[in-house]
Design a protein around this ligand. Sequence first.
Ligand code: GAR
Length: 209
Amino acid sequence: TAKVAVFVSGTGTNMAALLYASRLPGSPYEIALVAANDPAAPALALARAEGVPTFALAHAGMAREDHDAAMERAARDAGAQYIVLAGYMRILTPGFVGRWEGRMLNIHPSLLPAYPGLDTHARAIAAGDSYGGTSVHLVTEELDAGEILGQIAIAIQPGDTPAALAARVRLAEHQLYPRVLADYVSRWNDPQHLLARVRTLALALPQTH
Ligand code: GAR
């Protein structure tokens, strides 16, 4: 099975959905590490209780490069082949993103390309949209702009609030993310993708720590 490091900043309901789905028979991935930029993130306590290795490093007062390097080292030390961002509210440095290109996924609470960035639910409601949504995409240097791997649209109801919409979006996310991740790592493990995989590994080789 493919080893995955999940990066979180907060509650970690998507991390939990990914973890529990990985414990179903036949899961093509396993969670090798949960790493957070906030040692108090509730996601860490959940991971620990479930016997998943964790890493935490507060980003305050650290250069972005140094914090990223520590997170990346933790992922590598855990043997991660993929990094999965699940409510990780930090923008990663281009070097980091480049080294994990094709092997780093993010979930974003909108129907991308609509509403990259923050406050997605409030913006969709204010615009009078009929649908909000959630998207899983590959992480590239441009924020929330990588290839979209899967989406679910969520109807906006009359009188919806950002919090109410966000709660329903999360329900959809918990279905979407494990399915898309499982499909993606299965595709990647397919012999047809061996060449792409070798090239990605070769790219990663000069990186030492
Ligand atoms: C999720 O809704 C996710 O889409 C969003 O944060 C929430 C995390 O919830 N991510 C972003 O806004 C990324 N910019 P969780 O901690 O319960 O998984």
